[in-house]
Design a protein around this ligand. Structure first.
Ligand code: C2O
Ligand code: CU
Length: 461
């Protein structure tokens, strides 16, 4: 029996039949992407359906697949009763198409439309989501996967997109719980009480022994950091945040996926025919199986050697570190630490006063996006940002329009990413080439944090 209690704990004794409504609708919307209400089965069967805000009638929304170098054209049709916008997370995009209300466009009012039309320079695993009131709109379902295919696909048997998310449902009604919870804003963020994969609880996939899978993991949750381990599968990380690693990295231990981050894995199913493999979540003590792979049948080929690296995307080098423009970003605030004083709406406020407007966080002493950018870079200039997390909480820092590399303590450079997870009291440095002109926001992807102060921007001339 699945009890209400086990639902709230995110567990479930039974394996629940997958339910994925609305796929047919999705395939008819080539040129438009409609944001509208929909009803879907998020909670296990037997529980009520949940009303969501969706792109194309499902959560995650219509999967968009294009080839590298192609143009993507989608007219957003806003059939909701709130203004909205579309942000294409991780795409090195034209600034005007970045979808940030108040920075690159006005939010699209109810009943109106906006045409997004841009090129996709990079192959990889990306996503799209609302960037208006995103702490609420993304959590209500306005999100979907954007897959940009390499000109030549890697040698795998299957390509599976796994969108990992959580929802906070009212246990009585099954509806999405309200968004006025002060604790969500001042602490770690809004966590759901049910975790889902591709919109369903207890996702199950049939695989074959020896099959080689590409798993595209996307964390679209508001605040949850997933910690995963593979069981019955062995493999490599081949890309992070869309960008290929120079060499596939063998998965020998558990790995983290912070909000907005992606990881592309290539895995071989090593579990025997008739048994199970799992993507296991370790942050739960009971070793919860997040995705269950039923091993049915057996592929002829035995285990294969290390896969080839994915072809690199253009302009992945970050050089010129010695003559870089230096900048600092200090994060402060939140429960248990507060801040003494910060600028908000043009004047100095104390923590208590800021808290009355649900603002709990500051970056460089500023609450919300200041009129002056964090930094102004010439086009092509290399930029280094030293980041100091003076809070008690982790933050997933996301830069728009660019990917960056971490400058490692030993002097080396980390993988190319668009979102960096920083734990409390950590100090980390990133570097990037400011190749893309425009105003780009830089914010925490724990979405209630972004809404309560953790948002700044950079300007590239
Ligand atoms: Cu995925 Cu500014 O967002
Ligand atoms: Cu944060």
């Amino acid at each position: 029996m699945i009890t209400r209690r086990s639902l709230l704990a995110g567990t479930g004794a039974l394996c629940v039949a997958p339910f994925m409504p609305g796929r047919a609708l999705a395939s008819t919307t080539h040129e438009t992407l409609e944001a509208a209400l929909a009803k879907v089965q998020i909670a296990p069967e037997g529980y009520p359906q949940t009303e969501i805000w969706s792109y194309g009638g499902t959560v995650p929304g219509t999967e968009i697949r294009v080839r590298q170098g192609e143009r993507l054209r989608r007219r957003l049709v806003n059939s909701l009763s709130e203004p909205t916008s579309l942000h294409w997370h991780g795409i090195r995009i034209d600034n005007a198409m970045d979808g940030v209300p108040g920075v690159t466009q006005e939010a699209v009012p109810p009943g109106e439309t906006f045409l997004y039309d841009f090129e996709l320079p990079d192959a990889g695993t990306y996503w799209y989501h609302s960037h208006n009131q995103s702490y609420e709109q993304v959590a209500r379902g306005l999100q979907g996967a954007l897959i940009v295919e390499e000109p030549e696909a890697p040698d795998v048997d299957r390509d599976e997109v796994l969108v990992l998310d959580d929802f906070r449902l009212d246990p009585e009604t099954g509806q999405i719980a309200g968004f006025d919870n002060m604790h969500d804003f001042s602490h770690g963020g809004r966590f759901g009480n049910i975790t889902v994969t591709n919109g369903v609880f207890n996702k199950t996939l049939d695989v074959k022994q020896n099959e080689r899978l590409r798993l595209r993991l996307l964390n679209t949750a508001n605040a949850r950091i997933f910690e995963f381990e593979l069981q019955g599968m062995e493999g490599w990380v081949v890309a992070l945040d869309g960008m290929p690693l120079q060499q596939p990295k063998p998965i020998t231990e558990s790995f983290l996926l912070a909000p907005a981050q992606r990881a592309d894995l290539i895995v071989d199913v090593t579990a025997e025919e008739g048994s199970e493999a799992h993507l296991v979540r370790l942050e739960r003590e009971d070793g919860f199986s997040h995705v269950l792979f039923n091993v049915k049948g057996r592929a002829a080929e035995a285990r294969r050697p290390t896969p080839m690296p994915l072809p690199p995307n253009p302009d992945m080098a970050v050089d010129g570190l010695e003559d870089a423009l230096h900048s600092e970003l200090r994060m402060e605030g939140g429960a248990m630490r507060g801040f003494v004083s910060a600028q908000m709406n043009g004047r100095a406020v104390g923590f208590r006063e800021a808290a009355q407007s649900m603002k709990f966080w500051a970056m460089n002493g500023m609450v919300d996006m200041p009129d002056t950018p964090l930094l102004v870079a010439e086009r092509g200039q290399t930029v280094r940002v030293q980041m100091q997390n003076d809070t008690m909480f982790p933050h997933a820092m996301h830069l728009h329009g660019h990917h960056f590399r971490e400058v490692l303590p030993g002097g080396g450079l980390g993988p190319m990413r668009d979102t960096l997870l920083m734990f409390g009291d950590e100090r980390r440095e990133i570097a990037f080439v400011a190749h893309n002109p425009g105003d780009w926001v830089f914010h925490c992807h724990m979405l209630t944090h972004a809404a309560s102060g953790m948002m700044t921007r950079i300007k590239v001339l």
